[in-house]
Design a protein around this ligand. Sequence first.
Ligand code: KG4
Ligand code: ZN
Length: 327
Amino acid sequence: MITLGVETSCDETSCAVLKNGNEILSNIVSSSLFRHKAFGGVVPEIASRHCLEQIDFVFERALKEAKIKKSDIDLIAVTEGPGLIGSLLVGVSFAKALGYELGIPFIGVNHLEAHLAANFIGKKEPQKYIGLLVSGGHTSLSYHEKGKALILGSTVDDAVGEAYDKVAKILGLGYPGGPVIDKLAKTGNAKAYLFTKPKQDNPFNFSFSGIKTAVLYEVRREKTINEKFVQDMAASFQEAVVKWLVEKTLAAAALKEVQNIVVGGGVSANSHLREVLGREGKNRGYEIWFPPLSLTSDNGAMIARRGFELYRKGRRSKLTLTGNPNL
Ligand code: KG4
Ligand code: ZN
C-alpha cells in the first residue's frame, strides 16, 4: 500500500511516499527558512506563498525519487493542523484535489501526533507509552494506551522550541535558535547561571517564559557581552530546560507505569536532551525512543505514517476537510 504524506503546516513544504506504513521511498522537504531569517522568525504570508509555489514541484520530485506514478498512490495523508492557516490550506487543498482526481481516500492528520508517529516507521508501536512532544509551537506530555491518547500536561506559555528561538534572539544568535544553542552549549559552563524551576499546580505542565525573561535580565545586567558570556548562558539555559523536561517525563512514566518513552518534534534533535533522557531513562529501565535526526523537523513521512495508522483504524476525511490552525 502506497501512502502519500503532505505536510505544509508552517515553513516547510514536504511530500513523502511511504510503502506499507514502514518504508520511506522518498521524503522531499523544501524549506522557506532562508526567507524568514532576516525577520527573526517565520512570516506567515511568506511561508504560505512558498508552500503554494513549491507544492507541485515537491510532489513531482517525491514521485520521481520513489520511482512510482501518480496512479500508484492508494492513500493521501495531509496535515490538517495545528499550524499557520495559509500554509495548511495549500496542503489540504492539494490533497483533496488529488484524492478527488484519483478517486482515492485522503485523511487529515494532526501534526503533533505525527511527530510522535515518526518514531514508529519501520518499528512496532508500543502498546503503552509516555509521549513527550517538544516542537517550535507546542510542548506536551501525553499518555498513550492502545491507540488512545490522554494529555497529562502542556505548556502554559511558550513552547520549548519557542524559548530556544527567543533566547537565541536575545543572545544575538539568529533564527532558528535551537540548533545554534545546542552547538554553542557544548563550549560553555552549564553551571555559570542557575535558573529557578517554575512552580506548576499540575506537575506535568511546563512554563518557559520565565527562563526567557531571566536570560533577558542577565543580558541587561552584563556589561560586556563577550563570547564566553554567550557560551555560558547557552549552556546554562539548555541545562535547565533539559533538566525540567527530563524530570517531568520520568515522573509521568513512573506514574503511568509504562516501559516506553517516545519523544518527537523539532527539539527532539537536541543532543543534550537525547543524552540526558537517554541516560537517565535507561538507568531506570525505560526504553527511550527518539526519531532519526532526518525525521525530527517537519516532513511528509511522519504525516504519511500517522495517516496510515488512522486509515487502518477506519478513519477517512471528507471533501469538507479544511485546515485547522488550533487542532
Ligand atoms: O517541530 P518543528 O520543526 O516545528 C514545529 O512544528 O513547531 O520544530 C521547530 C523547533 C524550532 O523552535 C527550533 O529552534 C527547534 O525546533 N530545534 C531545536 C533543535 N533543532 C531544532 N531545538 C533545540 N535543539 C536542537 N538541536
Ligand atoms: Zn512540527
